[in-house]
Design a protein around this ligand. Sequence first.
Ligand SMILES: CC(C)(COP(=O)(O)OP(=O)(O)OC[C@H]1O[C@@H](n2cnc3c(N)ncnc32)[C@H](O)[C@@H]1OP(=O)(O)O)[C@@H](O)C(=O)NCCC(=O)NCCS
Length: 139
Amino acid sequence: METEIKQVQKVDTGAFANEQWPINDKKYNFLPQRETFYFGVYSGGEIIAYAQTEIRGGIAETRSLLVKDGLQGQGIGTKLLQHVENWAKQEKKCRKSVVKTSSGWPKTVHFYEKLGYAKDATLSDYYYGVDWYFMSKQL
Ligand SMILES: CC(C)(COP(=O)(O)OP(=O)(O)OC[C@H]1O[C@@H](n2cnc3c(N)ncnc32)[C@H](O)[C@@H]1OP(=O)(O)O)[C@@H](O)C(=O)NCCC(=O)NCCS
């Protein structure tokens, strides 16, 4: 069969949800089942910290956890991540919370370890040429 590869626009994989595509396999259920939620910490009407958490298959993956410059190291990030963990466990029945960080952010690695996260895997020389840690915690 002659083929040609082209760069295309994003296709919603739901468009492939018929028996001609290997997407209906109940074992893996590839159809999109992910939801993303956003959390903000406010003080005086102003946002001072933010987190973005994707829920999928019983896992809550938090990305973009950010505390505003000048307000870090005061317990705000801890409070926010713990809120997200409790919410994911109670509201979304998640059994695990996961985060990714890197050797370029040693203070952040320490932050997660302090909150009970452990390194599940390290990908060496990954994004931006540093080692990346995949960390998790049972909820
Ligand atoms: C990492 C981050 C979310 C932690 O939130 P925080 O409110 O600063 O942290 P808390 O005050 O709740 O926790 C303090 C602990 O985190 C550590 N920590 C991590 N990053 C820190 C920072 N930039 N400033 C101060 N403490 C930091 C401290 O060492 C402290 O542990 P210790 O008391 O044993 O020294 C925040 O510092 C931040 O936004 N950092 C930059 C962005 C980032 O790395 N985001 C994570 C993306 S993977």
